[in-house]
Design a protein around this ligand. Structure first.
Ligand code: AMP
Length: 360
């Protein structure tokens, strides 16, 4: 049984980005302090936290210094090196733990995990040699590097073995996975919290639209049939339970034209597609993470109002004034100095106001 960490305790966050920032803000509301560990000096999470330990993820002395100052450790991105998480675990509890990132950091392991948990995926095969390419059948498909890919990076669409061989060469002959192209109706995500006592709670399923491989909008309610939603929720809960995690996990899924649900990838942390929960759900995903890792009861996940979250990418955040003028728009800016193409600078959640307009 996990010991409860009462308000006043300190949460350590590995990673200094916007997910850590929003976690720290939610933690502060419940009376917790956060200390961020990250290599960069200008962490947007550290900016709103009680402390910042700046260090490299390979620096075990710095990690030990960080761990000594906190009561529990969590992480805000799944590509934090596994060894850094294991180092923290030598000193303090780490939730959701080492195994969730071990699985989530590697696309092949992740797909194998989904299948073993009884969850459908696209057809896939490992691509690590010319022999694998000669035997490839998941075509047309998408070649993805097993590690270090996110937001559509490290991915190439291929329609035959010749293109596959050329793409694998361009990728530097790294370990890859070839996934059959899914002709999906839509994309959705299940964000599930699992408490210290094994209770799971799934946020209402969001309908996600991507552009250039990056999430563009999430809409809740999704408008999908109840059967599809309950399958997605069940898959989310199965993932959380199979990983035996305490914390949050987001599972991104495809809904195919025949109504089946296929898992694409997962992230054992708060997720961009759950940002709407800050403004339109009884409990936000960030508060839910704090509750789970501190051994508190999980919060209710009822929707307060229909909403649509829009990511502000690159210079789109320069339009902040316009969003402030819209009554139904709730603006969140991450305080990042420089807008670069593809960089997530903030988001807006359009919330249906009582008696007002539906979200734009
Ligand atoms: P990922 O990095 O795996 O989340 O992929 C980014 C986006 O590429 C997804 O959200 C989908 O829009 C698209 N995508 C990824 N894998 C597939 C697939 N097997 N079939 C069709 N589209 C995909």
């Amino acid at each position: 049984m996990t010991q409860m960490l009462p308000p006043g305790s300190t949460i350590g966050i590995l990673g200094g980005g916007q997910l850590g920032r929003m976690t720290a803000l939610a933690a502060a509301r419940l009376g917790y302090r956060c200390i961020v560990f990250s290599p960069e000096a200008d962490s947007v999470a550290a900016e709103v936290s009680a402390g910042h330990v700046r260090g490299d993820y390979a620096d075990s002395a710095a990690l030990a210094r960080f761990a000594a100052q906190v009561d529990v450790v969590t992480y805000e991105f799944e590509n934090v090196p596994e060894a850094a998480v294991a180092e923290c675990l030598r000193h303090r509890p780490v939730r959701p733990g080492v195994r969730p990132i071990h699985v989530a950091q590697h696309r092949l392991r992740e797909k194998e995990f989904f299948r073993a948990a009884g969850i459908g995926t696209a057809d896939y095969q490992a691509i690590s040699s010319m022999a694998d390419i000669a035997a490839a059948t998941a075509l047309p498909g998408i070649l993805k590097t097993c590690t270090d890919g996110y937001d559509g990076k490290g991915q190439v669409r291929v329609s035959n073995r010749t293109e596959l061989a050329a793409a694998w060469d361009r990728i530097g002959r790294r370990d890859c996975i070839l996934e059959g192209l899914v002709d999906f109706l839509c994309e959705i995500s299940a964000i599930v919290a699992r408490g210290a006592d094994g209770t799971t709670r799934c946020f209402p399923i969001g309908l996600n639209e991507h552009r250039d491989g990056i999430l563009r909008t999430t809409t809740v309610p999704s408008g999908l049939p109840a059967g599809t939603l309950s399958t997605a929720e069940r898959y989310g809960a199965q993932v959380a339970a199979s990983l035996d995690l305490v914390g949050l996990v987001a599972v991104e899924m495809f809904v195919t034209k025949d109504g089946s649900v296929l898992a694409n990838e997962m992230a054992p942390r708060p997720h961009n597609s759950g940002h709407w929960t800050i403004d339109a759900c009884v409990t936000s995903q960030f508060e839910q993470l704090v509750r789970a890792i501190c051994g508190l009861p999980l919060g209710a996940v009822d929707v307060l109002a229909p909403s649509r979250m829009l990511n502000l990418i690159g210079d789109e955040a320069d339009g902040w004034h316009r969003f402030l003028e819209e009554p139904s728009a709730r603006l969140h800016l991450y305080g990042k100095g420089q807008a670069r193409p593809g960089r997530k600078m903030g988001h807006v959640t359009y919330v249906q106001l009582p008696g007002g307009h539906r979200p734009a």
